[in-house]
Design a protein around this ligand. Structure first.
Ligand SMILES: NC(=O)c1ccc[n+]([C@@H]2O[C@H](COP(=O)([O-])OP(=O)(O)OC[C@H]3O[C@@H](n4cnc5c(N)ncnc54)[C@H](OP(=O)(O)O)[C@@H]3O)[C@@H](O)[C@H]2O)c1
Length: 296
């Protein structure tokens, strides 16, 4: 099955619209029988990553914060010696640190990832106040990444953000090639400001939590179990994100090869005839759109 690929904004990289998230390789979920800290669990995680690569996925995301380096170390093992072309992104801290700490963090990531250079390093964010943005841009963190880029240890700079409107000052700074935003069926605030601005700046756009981090199925299980029985909620989640042409890659946190296969099946078999970026998301806009259609 051929996965659709697109150009990742100004990085010029080609990335598949379905990418792989790295959080599960640093987190335990006993209920799901998942523990990447055991020998068996680690081997399973390595197999899932290799399966994704062999199945055509070309974008992989991780972070030193996922299991205190466990996710990066698993990627290091899984991708060692691979000659196929792919993009690897990791993250680094920014709060209460300067250039030296950022450099030390990325150097440690490179060791765990078993490589000399990594494609993308992102400031690992939740939400950013104005003073956070100033700190990143002016007090050393950005300088640290710039120095690493000059040394050829990283190729592109980015940041990740859970509260998309707080990404605006960093997008406007022009310093970043990549942004990773929270965007899904339950949280579509990114559509209002961050996605239009990032897209206009030709920034590579990755999406975190595209499957709502498993929240939507849990809500449906309690509120509308008949919907769950009728339709795979993850199918709808992925279609939602893939319907927005501003999104380059959706990073799904799959644990097992069969989940990777299922997500590939959804992504490869889906060509949206619906441009989500054109849908007015505010209530008034929706009413106006309905009126216009009705009048037409
Ligand atoms: N601040 C940041 O930088 C930040 C924050 C969050 C995430 N991220 C990145 O974004 C990635 C994705 O986010 P996420 O992992 O939180 O959430 P996600 O991709 O929205 O959801 C992952 C969950 O979806 C379920 N799933 C996915 N495909 C499935 C399938 N085919 N069948 C059944 N279940 C399936 C699994 O949940 P169940 O098995 O429990 O149903 C899985 O744990 C992360 O791994 C990470 O790389 C970054």
């Amino acid at each position: 099955m051929n996965l659709p690929a697109v150009i990742f904004g100004r990085t010029g990289l080609s990335v598949t619209q379905l990418g792989m998230g790295g959080f599960p390789f640093g987190g335990v979920n006993e209920v799901q029988g998942w523990n990447p800290f055991t020998l068996e669990g680690r081997a399973q995680a390595v197999a899932t990553i290799r399966h994704a690569l062999q199945s055509g996925i070309t974008y992989f995301d991780t972070a030193p914060g996922y299991g205190d380096g466990n996710s990066e170390s698993i990627y290091g093992e899984a991708l060692e010696g691979v000659t196929a072309s792919y993009t690897l992104a990791t993250k680094c801290p920014w709060a209460n640190v300067g250039a030296a700490e950022v450099i030390a963090s990325v150097e440690a990531s490179l060791k765990r990832l078993r490589r000399e250079t990594v494609d993308v390093v992102q400031f690992h964010g939740g939400m950013f106040t104005e003073s956070d943005a100033r700190h990143i841009l002016e007090d050393g963190p950005l300088d640290g990444l710039d120095r690493l880029r000059e040394q050829g240890k990283i190729r592109f700079l980015g940041f990740t953000c859970e509260e998309p409107f707080t990404a605006l000052p960093l997008i406007a700074s022009g310093a970043f090639d990549v942004v990773q935003l929270r965007y899904n069926l339950l949280n579509h605030q990114a559509a209002e400001h961050a996605l239009p601005k990032a897209s206009a700046a030709n920034i590579g756009i990755a999406v975190m939590r595209p499957m709502t981090s498993g929240i939507l199925p849990r809500i449906l299980r309690d509120l509308a179990p008949e919907w769950l029985a009728a339709r795979d909620p993850y199918d709808v989640c992925l279609r939602f994100v893939l319907s927005d042409p501003r999104v380059h890659t959706a990073l799904v946190g799959a644990r097992w090869p069969h989940e990777v296969d299922r997500n590939i099946q959804i992504a490869a078999g889906f060509a949206s005839h619906f441009d989500l970026s054109q849908v007015p998301l505010r209530t008034a806009g929706i009413y106006q759109e309905d009126d216009r259609r009705w009048a037409g």
